[in-house]
Ligand binder design. Structure first.
Ligand code: PLP
Length: 400
């Protein structure tokens, strides 16, 4: 008997291990800059809401989602200039489910989804589960090592089968922010070629250029061809709590809302209401710490031979170009792990390979000067500076 006959074709073959999630047991002094799991602990006034909700009886079904949360989410979008009705908000168990839900609403067998390369794998691997194909449009690396928008490459990736485009705005791992100008190019293509944009807006609160997030859904013709896929995972540093949503225009939402869902934890919804109402200072405080880490990391990496590190426009990852070290991104990350016990992610593991030559560092380790309460112990030898010291020692040992 072959088990493979019993399971979906996409699951056949050797097991796939996510480089981000791989745990390394027994390496005591390991510093992981791998997962995008923010280190900050949730403020008590938000956490308390969950307990209060449980004690008050929010332990039953909450069909359709808590109306107060849906209203808060709608209000949140008005700050970015999109007026949405709470009925357009569908709550999910986080960003990954928002992405699944979006694709489940639009993809048929044989459809194509265009995505930038490199891009977040959780957005580009999923279309296959609906019998659809992801077609990559390479971003263009500039002389600083930054992956930028490439209109021509995007146009080339669009075919008659294109049903959707997946964009993460800001991008992970690219750090690219698509502002009004670029969103207009994408929106024109979506309108001309009649496809949907799945707009993954997970990092909207983490933009470093001084601009505000620009939601593509606000452009002409886009309201009923955009699905916003969002999560509070990064915004409130609660990757393990699992909360997100999808939003689409009223006509499209009529269909998006037909996708079966599980509903989400009601106590968590009550905490999300509190977070959205009163938690913005917490977001601002985290943002300040992230930016200090980014600036520190950019400076340290640019001092290294063979390494170029642009400051990202958004999100909280550094994505330096390490081609000058003579190592592939896989060799670099593996040797760094073996020799220095620092975990980072090879650029080749995002998308179709355009990210080769770069590596991703997640800014989840505090600097020793930072004071916000953190999931990681502030421990000598394991702070962000220590990770950078080890990376420096590693590069200097290998690059003469
Ligand atoms: C661009 C992007 N979208 C979605 C997600 C998934 O978020 P969640 O943990 O809420 O499923 C991530 C996580 O890193 C991400 O980087």
């Amino acid at each position: 008997m072959s088990i493979e006959r019993l399971v979906r074709k996409q699951l056949h073959g050797p097991p796939r291990r996510s480089a981000t999630r791989m745990s390394v047991a027994g390496v005591e002094d390991m510093i992981s800059l791998a997962a995008g799991d923010p280190n900050f602990l949730l403020p008590e006034y938000i956490a308390e809401e969950m307990k209060k909700a449980v004690l008050e009886g929010c332990t039953h079904y909450c069909f359709g989602g808590d109306p107060e949360l849906k209203a808060e989410v709608a209000k949140y979008y008005s700050k970015y200039g999109y007026k949405t009705d709470p009925s357009q908000v569908i709550l999910t168990n986080g960003g990954s489910q928002s992405i699944y839900h979006s694709y489940a609403a639009i993809l048929d067998e044989g459809d194509e989804v265009v995505a930038f390369d490199p891009a977040y794998s959780g957005g580009t691997m999923v279309p296959a589960y609906f019998g659809a194909k992801t077609v990559f449009a390479p971003l263009k690396k500039d002389e600083t090592g930054f992956y930028d928008f490439d209109e021509e490459a995007l146009k080339k990736a669009i075919t008659k089968k294109t049903k959707a485009m997946y964009i993460e705005n800001p991008g992970n791992p690219s750090g690219k922010v698509y502002g009004e100008k670029e969103c207009k190019v994408i929106a024109d293509l979506a309108n001309d070629h009649d496809f949907v944009v799945v707009s993954d807006e997970t990092y909207t609160e983490f933009i470093w250029t001084g601009e505000q997030h620009f939601p593509i859904i606000t452009l002409p013709g886009m309201e009923n061809r955009t699905i916003i896929a969002m999560a509070l995972t990064k915004m409130f540093s609660w990757a393990g709590v699992r909360t997100g949503w999808v939003i689409s225009g009223p006509e499209l939402n009529d269909y998006v809302s037909r996708v079966p869902g599980s509903g989400i934890s009601w106590p968590v919804q009550r905490a999300a209401i509190k977070a959205l109402r009163d938690g913005y200072q917490f977001v601002l405080d985290m943002r300040a710490e992230y930016e200090e880490r980014l600036d520190y990391g950019v400076k340290r990496l640019n001092e290294l031979p063979g390494v170029k590190c642009p400051k990202p426009e958004g999100a909280f990852y550094l994505f330096p170009d390490i081609t000058g070290t003579g190592m592939t991104s896989m060799e670099f990350t593996q040797k760094l792990m073996e020799e220095e016990h620092v975990r980072i992610i090879p650029g080749s593991s995002y998308g179709a390979g355009t990210g080769e030559g770069n590596v991703r560092l997640s800014m989840i380790r505090p600097l020793s000067t930072q004071k916000m309460s953190s999931w990681f112990e502030h421990k000598k030898g394991l702070m962000f500076e220590d990770a950078m010291d080890r990376i420096e020692a590693f590069v200097k040992r290998h690059v003469k």
